[in-house]
Design a protein around this ligand. Structure first.
Ligand SMILES: Cc1ncc(COP(=O)(O)O)c(C=O)c1O
Ligand SMILES: N[C@@H](CCCC[NH3+])C(=O)O
Length: 424
């Protein structure tokens, strides 16, 4: 069930009409639904109940403190990729003991911070990184919990920019090198080798590649066990896709995917380990927050042209980079349905780049001043926003039933250059 719906011809977030939000907070504004967020998170958490499992939300998808706080209260852990994200988790009241730290370029300072805060584990992506973590841990008199991100070389069948588990990818350790890398890790004095992980890509509509990757991890865990390297957890990564409204493939439902993972894991543990469980970690981002948010914008001008008609809106590629970066198709809906002639438009922003487009060839009946909503914008929307053209980033609001909370105010232009100074 979607928590964004038309009521009497007006698009609502839960029971709040979007025009009321635009009047109060202006536009462009990201609008999130708390009920949708909880529904998605519980899609992972419910089938995990009563098991040794942890959902580490990949907060790069949307790291607003209000979102993190809600998820932390639901028991979420977090997948982070920087020291800054760890500080956000802590600021939001999240438990560092449920944090896993991914990423190919962890700095010494970030490793120190993570060790001091006591994270659950480092998802290590290379041999030099293993040595760096070992050195830092030794210097601090600590032991560092590590998992190896293994690159299972499974084709995720997604956009090449968001595929991460192939041989040519910068991420992870090659499957063929994994055993040796585990041996090296086990020999380092300040590391505890606790797990294995993978993340093969994002926006996967089918879970077959995810399950194929899981099978490869299981195979490796057995090989390691035979060598006496016993792992405590298995992290299957994130990557489950969502419905962007393109009308083609429907993504697999969260609950179905999670159940299939547990079915496989249970059968394997029963067969090889007398049923002894292993902790299962999920790292979803998009499938938790994607359909939780929309980007509310307003039409500035309609600009007919010989080849194209342009609908110029007040949002731009700095607010939502996905179309410009990945040619991503994002659904755009009128906030107030109106009668009138439908015209084919390219939806463009005010930024001085030809690549500043949000949608192409969309049939819309619109007038200047109308509101539009870019649907399914809750993931990799605000977090990838920039200040290009000295544009303040959009406001963010959270709707909870009939209540609206401002969870990040709009940036003011003076704030955008406040950290700069002229040379006297
Ligand atoms: C290491 C890691 N884990 C989890 C995720 C979350 O992926 P998604 O948003 O596709 O679920 C990402 C991003 O793709 C990632 O790089
Ligand atoms: N940012 C991408 C996904 C990349 C995920 C990060 N590993 C998107 O908007 O689709």
């Amino acid at each position: 069930m979607s928590h964004f719906s038309y009521q009497d011809g007006v698009l609502h977030a839960e029971s709040v009409p979007l025009p009321a939000i635009a009047r109060q907070f202006g536009s462009p504004t990201y609008v999130y639904s708390k009920a949708q967020l909880l529904q998605n998170f519980r899609g992972y958490a419910k089938p995990s109940q009563g098991r040794d499992a942890l959902v580490c939300y990949a907060m790069k998808a949307n790291s607003n403190l209000a979102i993190l706080d809600i998820l932390a209260r639901e028991g979420a852990g977090f997948d982070i990729v920087s020291g800054g994200e760890l500080l956000r988790v802590i600021a939001a009241g999240g438990d560092p003991g449920k944090v896993i730290f991914s990423g190919v370029g962890k700095t010494v300072a970030e490793i120190e911070l993570a060790l001091e805060k006591g994270i659950l584990c480092f998802n290590v992506e290379s041999i030099p990184e293993l040595h760096r973590i070992n050195d830092v841990a030794g210097r601090l008199g600590k032991r560092a919990p590590v998992s190896l991100r293994v690159n299972p070389n499974v084709d995720p069948k997604t956009h090449p920019y968001i595929a991460t588990g192939l041989k040519a990818s910068k991420f992870g350790v090659a499957f063929s090198d994994a055993l040796d890398t585990y041996r090296s890790a086990a020999a380092l004095p300040h590391l505890d080798v606790v797990g294995i992980d993978c993340h093969i890509g994002s926006q996967l509509l089918d879970d077959a590649p995810l399950l194929e990757a899981l099978d490869k991890l299981i195979e490796l865990i057995d090989t390691l066990a035979a060598e006496g390297i016993l792992l405590h957890h298995l992290d299957v990564g994130g990557g489950l896709g969502i419905d962007y409204g393109t009308g083609d493939n429907a993504p697999v439902a969260i609950g179905d995917y999670v159940s299939r993972v547990f079915a496989r894991v249970d059968a394997w543990r029963a067969e090889k380990y007398e049923g002894k469980p292993i902790k299962v970690i999920f790292e979803p981002g998009r499938s938790i927050v994607g359909n939780t948010g929309v980007l509310l914008m307003s039409v500035e001008f309609l600009k007919p042209g010989e080849e194209k008609n342009f609908c110029v809106v007040d949002a731009a590629m700095n607010d939502m980079a996905r179309p410009a970066l990945y040619q991503a198709w994002m659904d755009v809906k009128p906030v107030q349905q109106r009668e009138g002639a439908v015209v084919k438009y390219d939806l463009v922003g005010p930024i001085c780049e030809s690549g500043d487009w949000l949608a192409r060839d969309r049939e819309l009946a619109v007038e200047p001043g109308d509101l539009l909503a870019m649907m399914t914008g809750g993931a990799y929307g605000f977090t990838m926003a920039s200040n290009y053209n000295t544009r303040g980033r959009a406001a963010e609001v959270l709707v909870d039933g009939d209540k609206v909370h401002l969870i990040r105010r709009r940036e003011e232009p003076a704030e955008l250059f406040a950290l700069e100074s002229v040379v006297k």
